[in-house]
Design a protein around this ligand. Structure first.
Ligand SMILES: [Zn+2]
Length: 347
């Protein structure tokens, strides 16, 4: 199916949905998602900075800010809101649980689990006057927890790993590999350093605790604050952990989490094993890069096959691939067209 012809068929849908250059996903009369637009309701899918664009502007302009209870707590705890605006943020924010329905005039919002980071959601919007169902995945990972939005007129999908190059067929074996490497590191050196982005740190903490590792975690300040909130307010359990600054390093075995970007400054002094977590390693589940360092392929995004699988399961009439964020939107669109799905990239 040629792009222009199929899009022409659905051009009336494009009057109700758009992606702006600033990353705002604008749906219906009322909603802007993950970016600022002049709409009464701002929706936030999750607490990653590329989905928080213009949030302060939205707090000033919009009547409500809608997100999951965890996301609202994380936005505050991670300091994304200037203190002057914090009272307005609290006043305007509406926590919405999965499958609770929020109604604004004749338009409805419902959240689906995205299994990307704690609190992350997909957004389903029903435009009752136009009888349209529009879904936006936000960032997601395709697992048994992820809920597929079906019966959609329009699906808006992320494209972080939208190129066929980004497949990780071994991904289900990665948690066990990570666990084995950490156990090996603790036995050999007593210290294991893990480098990852926010979100993946929490996932790894859960993998290690579920896998029976009880060595204490040493966390950077932000990750510590996140862990506290998830434990105290949202029922997570991470066992023993300490803030980096307060940690007293004794002879005990321990696991130190660090931001991904500090991996380049790691000290290869034989006093610890270093594990760098990335979604970009695609040809094997892990790789030894020097005597003391492994790179492990752990991702919190759907890989290419999973992006395509999501579209096949969902089977929408029109697919809009988000081209406003980092990713490979054109490659994903082309594959979807080949498979017979009408798809375009916006903006
Ligand atoms: Zn994200």
């Amino acid at each position: 199916m040629a792009t222009s012809l199929c899009v022409y068929k659905y051009k009336e849908y494009l009057e109700s949905v758009n992606i702006e250059l600033n990353g705002a996903i604008v749906v219906g009369k009322s909603f802007t998602i993950d970016g600022f637009a002049e709409k009464p309701v701002r929706i936030v899918t999750h607490a990653h900075s590329d989905h928080l664009h213009g949030l302060e502007e939205s707090i000033r302009y919009s009547k409500h800010v809608l997100a999951s209870p965890i996301t609202l707590d994380l936005i505050e705890a991670l300091g994304y809101i200037n203190s002057d605006l914090l009272p307005f943020f609290k006043l305007k924010s509406i926590p919405l649980n999965y499958h609770q329905v929020y109604v604004y005039e004749d338009e409805e919002v419902e959240f689906y689990d995205a299994d990307h980071i704690p609190g992350s959601v997909q957004v389903l919007i029903r435009l009752k006057d136009k009888k349209l169902m529009i879904g936006y995945t936000g960032d997601f990972k395709l697992t048994s927890k992820t809920e597929i939005m079906r019966n959609l007129n329009v699906l808006i999908i992320e494209a972080t790993y939208g190129n066929p190059y980004y497949n990780r067929p071994f991904k289900e074996s990665v948690p066990q590999i990570l666990l084995d490497l950490v156990i090996e590191g603790l036995c050999k050196y007593k210290r294991v350093y893990i480098y990852a982005y926010h979100g993946k740190i929490q996932e790894t903490m859960s993998i290690l605790r579920t896998g029976g590792i009880d060595a204490p975690f040493i966390l950077p300040d932000r990750a510590y604050r996140v862990a506290k909130i998830l434990e105290e307010k949202h029922g997570y359990n991470y066992g023993r952990y300490f803030k980096e600054k307060n940690a007293v390093f004794n002879k005990e075995k321990y696991i130190v989490f660090k931001h991904f970007n500090s991996a380049k400054d790691r000290r290869l002094d034989g006093k610890g094993l270093h594990i760098v977590l990335t979604g970009r390693l695609t040809h094997e589940p892990f790789m030894k890069v020097d005597e003391y360092t492994y790179v492990v392929s752990l991702s919190d995004h759907a890989d290419f096959n999973d992006l395509v699988k999501y579209v096949e399961y969902s089977n929408p009439e029109l697919v809009i691939v988000d081209g406003s964020r980092q990713g490979e939107s054109e490659a994903l669109k082309n594959t979807l067209l080949e498979k017979g799905f009408c798809s375009i990239v916006l903006p």
